[in-house]
Write a protein that binds this ligand. Structure first.
Ligand SMILES: Nc1ncnc2c1ncn2[C@@H]1O[C@H](COP(=O)(O)OP(=O)(O)OP(=O)(O)O)[C@@H](O)[C@H]1O
Length: 599
């Protein structure tokens, strides 16, 4: 955790994101709001000390009355204004923080960095704060002017006490206020640190809550009768989280609060005793007495938490620290390479590639394979053989820890990751189903409706689009008015259209990871026939665990346990009578049955 002073400075620096004018106005309003009670105090003291003159309505007191009333009105008006300005600053600053988090997560961060549990935790903390489920960095920074108001009030009161009573009394009162204040903040800081340590419990609880109250698992909860199990689970998670919180509250907040309240009482008693003694000895006239008694009470208010600032600065400050640590972590892990990536002209080659997921077992030890440019390569293998991991290395979600992936002899690690990824059109196995219109799901911010329809036609998704209530404009989720949800196979066609649209826009390597897993048998056959014709001349890689569907590919690589165990075209592999021939025969008989059933 960053040193305390650094964290305050980091927060103050965030204020720049809100623009100079709102910040200046907020600081001035807060200073005035903090000093208004002091002005009111002096005005009241003047009026109290001249009660008979007030009763006679002497004009000489008009200034005191005016000042007192102005201070009273200012207190009433400036409070809400300070609140509104804080909200404005917080919103603006949080907007900048969202940009920073997005930039770090999606530009600087390779997927490998995002999958590290520590980094993921930081990102989750940032997201929770930005969603305002806990105080945000913007709220923390916007609370700084509110703190200024409090300290301006304290400074005013201390000056008054020093002037009317004695500098020593002013010092005692200031010291008492600051001891209570820093003590309370310290307790809050320790509470926040202990709260952080409970994040695994908090996440489990949040997950169980979402599970029980969301729609994702509603079907299974009903049909499998999981309500009792989940309710008990929710109860256990609640206890696991809330019991330690309450213990911490008593230990870290309540007991120190009682101690500091006692310290405040002692300080105030000493100050009031000094007021009594000075009054008795005649050193203090009525005006001085009235000022001192009110001023002594101001620092006592430092014995409570400031609802407008404390939780915000404490927890929002931690969220900012999480954001800064996240930026640091992903920048440190950024993929190397700056050279612009060439489009593959000759081949992409994996040479002696080794790779293991962080903390996981080794997926590849010495993987060797070549993907010729302008041809279709199919990679087949059983579940867990490493096919998707190969796609992740090819798309530079990760870099290998041994060996190299090269494009026409250029090591991918020397190339700028973004420029390489711009050459790719990819449908991942777990591709995203965006809650956007059908057209936007294909174009994702690029192209025209005509281009989307052309890509959809090639992906076999045109009938599907024409069947939607508002065609390309139909939102692809039932929760939106006029929206429509799609079946797994229909979504897969939309994802294919998205990839083919990317090819139209200049992508030079098409990678499809299990593109037909959700299609029925007839659609799968159709897809491959159409796909190979339409992508002729394009470098394409198709991953599948169905051996029987990729036989028309120019080259088939059989992956087993992280190694290419066979390669060649379909006829060569069948003639070889190895693993491919065996799996093909096994799956093809099933495939024929399914096809016959579909026909
Ligand atoms: N993010 C990850 N972290 C740790 N291990 C992983 C991760 N993703 C995959 N693995 C492991 O890597 C191995 C290869 O997985 P991969 O997903 O590449 O296989 P696959 O051939 O694509 O399988 P499938 O056909 O089921 O999609 C498996 O043992 C898997 O458990």
């Amino acid at each position: 955790m960053r040193p305390r002073l650094r964290r305050w400075l980091d927060l103050a620096r965030l204020l720049r994101g809100a623009g100079p004018l709102p910040v200046t106005v907020a600081l001035l309003v807060s200073a005035a709001f903090g000093l208004a009670p002091i002005v009111f105090m002096v005005g009241m003291a003047v009026l109290l000390s001249r009660v008979p003159a007030v009763a006679r309505g002497e004009a000489a007191l008009g200034a005191a009355v005016g000042l007192t009333l102005a201070a009273l009105v200012a207190q009433q008006l400036l409070g809400p204004l300070q609140f509104a300005l804080a909200e404005l600053l917080a919103r603006r600053i949080d907007g900048h923080c969202v940009q920073r988090a997005l930039r770090a997560a999606y530009t600087d961060a390779p997927v490998a960095a995002l999958e590290r549990p520590g980094t993921l935790d930081l990102l989750t903390d940032v997201r929770t704060a930005i969603d305002r489920a806990s105080p945000s960095p913007g709220q923390a920074a916007a609370a700084l002017p509110a703190l200024l108001a409090r300290y301006a009030g304290l400074a005013g009161a201390v000056v008054l006490i020093a002037v009317v009573l004695s500098p020593l009394a002013g010092l005692v009162v200031a010291a008492t206020a600051l001891v209570i204040r820093f003590g309370q903040r310290g307790s809050l800081g320790r509470f926040a640190a202990a709260w952080d340590a409970l994040s695994p419990q908090r996440r489990r609880l949040a997950y169980t809550r979402t599970l029980t109250t969301g729609t994702a698992a509603a079907k299974e909860i009903r049909v499998l009768g999981l309500l009792g199990f989940l309710t008990a689970r929710l109860d256990t998670e609640h206890r696991g989280y809330l019991d330690p919180i309450w213990t911490m509250r008593r230990r870290l907040l309540l007991r120190p609060f009682l101690g500091f309240a006692l310290a405040g009482l002692v300080g105030a008693t000493l100050a009031l005793a000094a007021v009594a003694q000075a009054t008795a000895s005649g050193e203090l006239d009525l005006l001085g007495y009235a000022v001192a008694v009110q001023a002594v009470l101001v620092p006592i208010r430092f014995g409570v938490y400031f609802p407008e600032a404390d939780v915000q600065t404490q927890f929002g400050g931690r969220a900012l620290a999480a954001l800064m640590n996240f930026e640091h972590a992903v920048r440190g892990a950024a993929l190397p390479g700056t050279a612009p990536a060439p489009a593959p002209q000759h081949e992409i080659r994996f040479t002696q590639v080794g790779f293991a997921y962080p903390g996981g077992r080794r997926v590849f030890t010495d993987l060797d394979l070549a993907i010729p440019a302008g041809r279709c390569t199919a990679i087949v293998g059983l579940n867990g053989s490493g096919k998707t991991t190969l796609v992740k290395l090819l798309t530079r979600c990760y870099d290998p820890d041994r060996g190299a992936v090269t494009v026409d002899g250029h090591d991918l690690r020397d190339l700028d990751a973004r420029s390489w990824q711009q050459q790719l059109a990819v449908v991942f196995q777990d591709f995203n189903r965006y809650e956007l219109s059908a057209g936007e799901n294909i174009g994702l911010g690029t192209g025209t409706p005509a281009a989307w329809r052309a890509a959809a036609a090639r992906a076999g998704a045109l009938d599907l689009l024409d069947d939607l209530p508002a065609g390309l404009d139909t939102p692809l989720h039932a929760r939106y008015t006029g929206g429509r949800d799609l079946s797994g196979g229909q979504w897969q066609r939309v994802a294919l259209a998205r990839a083919l649209h990317a090819v139209d826009r200049g992508a030079r390597l098409l990678v499809l990871d299990e593109p037909t897993a959700a299609l029925d048998v007839r659609a799968e056959v159709e897809f491959f026939d159409r796909f190979l014709t339409q992508t002729e001349g394009l470098t394409s890689v198709i991953i599948s665990h169905r051996f029987s569907t990729v036989r028309r590919a120019d080259q088939i690589l059989v992956l087993s346990d992280g190694h290419v165990v066979e390669h060649g075209d379909h006829d060569t592999l069948i003639a070889a009578g190895g693993h491919y021939a065996e799996m093909f025969a096994l799956q093809a008989s099933r495939f024929r049955d399914d096809l016959a059933a579909a026909a």
